[in-house]
Design a protein around this ligand. Structure first.
Ligand SMILES: [Zn+2]
Length: 79
């Protein structure tokens, strides 16, 4: 006989070996590994998207500074 537990996240029963006690505001509740991993993955993706955007902004600022510098040097040559 296989034991199942109610998953508060999916609102269905899963096999007990796929279940983990997960801390919630109401205390520890059973939640399946799949839904926990999915939640962590989407958070990581959001974080890495934020980092990418920061990096893009930084590179943009650097490029703008470099081209302003090049322009200044070019003007210094002709004047
Ligand atoms: Zn579940």
């Amino acid at each position: 006989m296989t034991e199942t537990l109610f998953c508060y996240c999916c609102r269905v029963h899963h096999q007990k070996d796929q279940m983990r006690l997960f801390p919630t505001r109401q205390g520890y509740r059973w939640r399946c590994v799949r839904s926990i991993e999915a939640a962590f993955r989407s958070r990581r993706e959001r974080d890495s998207f934020g980092r990418q955007q920061t990096e893009i902004n930084r590179q943009e600022a650097q490029r703008a500074a470099e081209s302003a510098d090049r322009l200044r040097r070019a003007l210094a040559l002709v004047t």
